[in-house]
Design a protein around this ligand. Structure first.
Ligand code: 5AD
Ligand code: SF4
Length: 452
């Protein structure tokens, strides 16, 4: 089974969330383990894997377009294979299965969110029999932790603690493509974390659609605070997690921001809307008041915690007054970052059946107004950092200038600064260095490395 990958090259195109990025690292780990070589572009690759997302329509359409446009690309010169092989996995693979090969006959392999580990066998099947190989399961081996991983960065690791989602927010396709929530045993999580720390990982990000409900299926009650305790005890320097549902964020977890050495002062807490009427139609199961109460508690523990959120503009039936409730909430909270989305109708979700007659231009105008506010508030939030000295985890150099270091502050802000004399970027990558913040812009801070 392994032989057909020797001497081949592959590239992975990943769309969507961190869970997909993590799954891509597992795919890379498997293919490299079988003798395939990673390359950066489709042109150089014999095997192209798409890890897909169907949360919004735009990414969905783009995937179909991109695969369609690959129909006639000639085989790479020197390729040991007879043609270029294309595999589609992730959420669109899970949702569309056979339909993908019917619409895109030159597609070779389709796999879903539950059978990542089958990809090598599906690919070798397609290569050896030169036919399609489609496998989508309803559930199954959900934690790919036993699979090899090629991590994007040696100093950072993503660690899934739950997969799937039980929340059924009315607009969201995720519970239909990722399945019901399943938690991974606490001992397995701690064991994987310990291995990472021993291997030199500085930052671990716990992943799950709703990490706060971790453990409910396994232990009958949420035990996320205990996961945080166990991770802190591994000695990891930086601990983060995503994503949290406001209805499940407990006082216990909030307290951990004050007590755990490694837990970074930053939290992503998606609000989606500031209007109770819309929150109820979205089936979010909390109110604006509850959400603002959480923010208050968090700030009582960590006064300058960096908060980020997701907001959907233009949910069916959203009025100007509903939108203004969201606008005022953003003004009041003062987020460091807001991911703003225009509502996208997803077939099969309850919201797809709602009457949706707000004109497109009205929604776009609201969206633009919100984006302006978000930028202003992000700029304001960053000003507080000027003059401070913060520990920065160096990730590399600026995309535009190789002599400018780029890294992340504890609050997850991007920090840029000149490479100190006598040092190379390679020496600093993956280390945490103190930087004095000289300038604060909307999306990044500028600083200077100071002697620790
Ligand atoms: N339309 C627009 N945005 C959506 N999201 C999820 N589903 C939809 C949709 N149908 C957004 C939510 C979620 C983020 C990951 O994507 O804000 O938090
Ligand atoms: Fe989707 Fe809601 Fe689950 Fe998040 S919590 S994945 S928005 S259903």
């Amino acid at each position: 089974m392994t032989t057909c990958f020797e001497g081949t090259t592959f590239c992975i195109h990943t769309f969507g969330c961190q869970m997909n990025k993590h799954d891509s690292e597992r795919v890379a780990g498997m293919l490299e383990g079988l003798g395939a070589l990673p390359v950066a572009t489709i042109e150089e690759a014999d095997i192209v894997v798409f890890m897909t997302c169907c949360v919004r329509e735009a990414a969905d359409t783009r995937l179909y377009g991109q695969v369609a446009s690959m129909k006639n690309i000639p085989v790479r010169e020197g390729s040991p294979l007879d043609k270029r092989y294309i595999a589609v996995g992730g959420c669109i693979g899970q949702r569309d299965g056979e339909k993908l090969v019917q619409q895109l006959p030159h597609l070779d392999v389709v796999f879903g969110t539950h059978n990542l580990a089958s990809l090598p066998a599906l690919l070798s099947g397609a290569i050896e029999r030169s036919g399609h190989a489609v496998e989508v399961l309803d559930g199954g081996a959900d934690f790919s932790s036993a699979l090899p991983t090629t991590r994007e960065h040696a100093w950072a690791a993503w660690l899934p603690i739950t997969v799937g989602c039980n929340n059924f927010c009315s607009y969201c396709i995720v519970p239909y493509v990722r399945g019901r929530e399943k938690s991974r045993p606490l001992e397995d999580i701690a064991e994987e974390a310990r291995r990472y720390v021993e291997a030199g990982v500085k930052e671990i990000t716990l992943l799950g659609q709703n990490v706060n409900s971790y453990g409910r299926d396994l232990y009958g009650e949420p035990r996320f605070a205990e996961v945080l305790d166990a991770l802190d005890a591994t000695g990891v320097e930086r601990l983060r997690f995503a994503t949290s549902h406001p209805k499940d964020l407990t006082d216990e977890v909030i307290e951990r921001f004050g007590t755990l050495r490694s837990l970074m002062p930053a939290l992503h807490l998606p609000v989606q809307s500031g209007s109770d009427r819309i929150l109820s139609a979205m089936n979010r199961r909390y109110t604006r008041e509850h959400y603002l109460g959480l923010i208050k508690k968090l700030r009582a523990v960590v006064p300058d915690i960096a908060l980020s959120t997701d907001i959907i503009v233009g949910f069916p039936g959203e009025t100007e007054e509903d939108f203004m409730e969201t606008y005022r909430l953003v003004e009041e909270v003062g987020y460091s970052q807001v991911f703003t989305f225009i509502y996208s109708k997803r077939e099969g979700t309850p919201a797809a059946k709602l009457q949706d007659d707000t004109p497109r231009e009205v929604i776009q105008e609201r969206f633009d107004r919100l984006v302006d506010l978000v930028q202003r508030k992000a700029y304001e939030a960053n000003q507080g950092e000027r003059g401070a000295t913060v520990p920065v985890l160096i990730e590399g150099t600026s995309k535009r200038d190789g002599s400018i270091l780029a890294g992340k502050s504890p609050k997850n802000q991007t920090v840029h600064g000149p490479l100190p004399a006598g040092l190379t970027a390679e020496e600093l990558v993956g280390t945490i260095v103190p930087m004095h913040i000289d300038e604060a812009r909307t999306w990044y801070l500028s600083g200077t490395v100071v002697d620790g």
